[in-house]
Design a protein around this ligand. Structure first.
Ligand code: WTA
Length: 639
């Protein structure tokens, strides 16, 4: 730990000299008056009517930011820019995996969104309705989200890589009556038949009345008359202008499902006022947003990173945002660098797993690509090792670009721990300091701060504007899963420690959430699916360390008496998880065991299973019910 702490790099001087934020003033003003600081940030949005109170928490942990403020998210992302010189600036640069591309100016995007909003209305969508959006990374995904925001409907984007069960759970939980999908999506030269997967999901979703289909790949599909509609037909039948709805700051903008330690996906709800204020401020300050930037966040919009920093953050600030449909290694492992060169990307934001893949492929893949347009790099999603950080800094950034390691979550909506690129000395592997106005700490189980260098739980001691307002349909869960765990704090689920300079070093999840290639998955969600399979009696899913992906899913199962394990069965179980949850959850290894190792109180000993999976010396098994169970597993799998 000590040696890591010692490596400190100052922001490159050329960058620092031009940065929007060049000194500590923001930290100081925010610590003097946090609410005044956030109010000032919220001034960057256009409000139909200003708030009469910045923050109100009469009913903690529920909180209201910008009380009685009125605004519209889509108006803030589009309309106001079409009234300035930005009208003809690119809002979206999109590249499809096969190499096709689309550039939409702010005016173009405005027009498309207006039409789409009228189309949604024509299909009966009203203010407050939930719209499930299951699309790949195509421009229509952004258009549909903004169209929902325009008419006050709540979008629920469902990651295009999810399997049918995951999709159905999310549609049903939020009660969407309309689903937007596409005929297919491109992935590594192949087509993912999105509509087909949705059709399978929809057999379990009786509440869905209409399905809107975007044509992307020309894939054959079953068209259900009366239920299914083509997007291109619909938008040709509607008026071109749709007035934005005047929304309250507290009105939900979207729901995004994420995984937690319990089996059920959590419908994280974000508001209109606080979310937008927090995301606009962090996008501008952390990414040093400049007018001529081409901002590329590689995250899929199906995750929070895509919501906040592909769509809302950049558009609120009038930036040019880049979206790429496909995979980083298609058709070659230099695809990303080709895109950076082609569109002169200036700010690049990705995940450690992507950086580790590039490292393993070798720096030769960057040869011959002109990356001189890059001026700032970012990372998010999991802890980054100092080695991967240095590789990113040297090979991608050429030593010229600061790297911001940004810590945050679906629930936090916006970046909360990060360096400020023109100000903060960087320590590779540390996410640095809380953003101005953010009150993060490392505490013990009772909420007491731990000492420097000591590990503990990462918490937030005061609310922040883009905080989630609740869980959809589960206010008790909102209280109990996050706010009642540690006295007086929001509990993040992460472990961390702080060094003597106050830098945060994130150690990863301390609950049963696993992180596969930066994608957050609940082990319980996979387990609940598995026990529905006819051969499975009990299942435990473990995140096993993996060089590239961070973690991979490893399965331990006990079988029902009348089944034999065969190679075909193991394959079937892998497919079953991939079809139900999504390809990212596909288990790497499956261990069939006779009995689950459990504590005396009947809890599965996951740590022990993890040790077995990773081939570690078995830890303390004192709490173990039956030593024989462990012996048996060891014998069977470790020779
Ligand atoms: C992890 C993604 C270390 C963490 C925005 C968190 C990180 C979870 C970092 C949230 C980082 C995110 N360093 N770990 N810079 N950023 N994490 O909800 O475990 O998909 O709790 O949001 O990712 O994942 P989520």
């Amino acid at each position: 730990m000590v040696s890591k702490e010692k490596m400190v790099l100052d922001p490159p001087p050329e960058f620092a000299a031009q940065a929007l934020v060049r000194d500590e003033t923001l930290y100081r003003s925010a610590s003097e008056d946090r609410l005044a600081f956030w109010a000032e940030q919220a001034e960057s949005l256009d409000w139909y009517c200003k708030w009469d109170q910045v923050f109100d928490s009469n009913d903690p942990p529920f909180a209201r930011w910008f009380v009685n403020g009125k605004l519209n998210a889509c108006f803030n992302c589009l309309d106001r820019h079409t009234q300035t010189w930005r009208k003809n600036q690119a809002a979206l640069i999109w590249e499809g995996e096969p190499g096709d591309s689309v550039v939409l100016t702010y005016q173009d995007l405005y027009q498309q969104v207006n039409k789409c909003a009228n189309g949604l209305k024509k299909l009966g969508v009203q203010r407050g309705d939930r719209v499930a959006v299951c699309l790949g990374m195509i421009p229509e995904l952004m258009v549909v989200m903004l169209a929902c925001a325009r008419i006050g409907a709540i979008h629920n984007v469902i990651f295009g890589g999810y399997g049918a069960d995951s999709i159905a759970d999310r549609i049903n939980d939020c009660g969407a009556r309309l689903v937007v999908t596409a005929d297919g999506g491109w992935r590594r030269g192949g087509i993912i038949s999105l509509k087909k997967i949705c059709d399978t999901a929809l057999r379990k979703c009786p509440g869905v009345e209409r399905v809107l289909i975007v044509k992307r790949t020309g894939t054959d599909l079953e068209f259900m008359k009366g239920r299914d509609y083509w997007y291109h037909n619909l938008i040709n039948e509607v008026e071109s202008i749709c007035e934005p709805e005047i929304m309250d700051a507290q009105d939900p903008l979207f729901i995004l499902y994420t995984s937690g330690a319990n089996g059920k996906p959590r419908g994280v709800m974000h508001t209109t006022g606080g979310y937008l204020a927090g995301v606009a401020a962090t996008h501008r300050i952390v990414f040093d947003a400049k007018d001529n930037d081409v901002f590329w966040c590689t995250a899929d919009i199906g995750w929070i990173t895509g919501h906040s920093y592909v769509v809302y953050g950049p558009l609120l600030n009038g930036s040019t945002t880049l979206m790429y449909e496909g995979s980083p290694d298609w058709p070659e492992r230099n695809r990303y660098w080709g895109i950076v060169e082609k569109y002169t990307v200036s700010v690049f934001y990705t995940a450690p797993t992507v950086i580790r893949s590039f490292m393993s492929w070798g720096a030769g893949w960057l040869d011959g690509r002109e990356l001189g347009s890059l001026r700032l790099l970012g990372t998010v999603g999991e802890p980054i090792s100092p080695e991967a950080w240095m590789w990113y800094y040297n090979y991608v950034g050429g030593g010229r670009c600061p790297v911001v390691d940004t810590w945050w979550q679906t629930e936090t909506g916006m970046i909360l721990i990060t360096s400020l690129p023109g100000v903060t000395p960087m320590k590779p592997g540390s996410a640095a300091r809380p953003f101005p106005g953010v009150d993060a700490a490392v505490v013990d189980g009772n909420g007491n701060a731990v000492s420097v260098g000591q590990g503990g739980y990462l918490v937030l001691r005061s609310p922040w504007p883009a905080m989630f307002s609740s869980l959809w349909g589960d206010t008790e869960g909102y209280k109990n899963l996050y706010w009642n765990k540690i006295n007086g704090c929001y509990f993040t689920g992460d472990g961390a420690w702080q060094d003597k300079d106050g830098y945060f070093w994130i150690m990863g999840r301390v609950d049963d959430v696993i992180n596969i290639s930066g994608h957050r998955l609940g082990t319980m969600e996979i387990e609940s699916l598995l026990v529905k399979h006819p051969v499975v009696a009990e299942a435990a899913v473990i995140g096993k360390f993996d060089e590239i992906k961070g973690q991979v899913a490893t399965l331990f199962i006990t079988m029902r008496d009348d089944y034999q394990d065969t190679p075909e069965l193991l394959q079937e179980l892998k497919d079953y998880v991939a079809d139900g949850i999504g390809a990212i959850a596909r288990p790497e290894d499956i261990y069939i065991i006779d009995e689950m190792p459990k504590t005396r109180s009947g809890k599965i000993m996951r740590r022990l299973l993890r040790d077995i999976a990773e081939g570690n010396v078995l830890g303390d098994t004192a709490a173990q019910e039956d030593e024989g169970v462990v012996e048996h597993i060891k014998e069977r799998y470790r020779g």
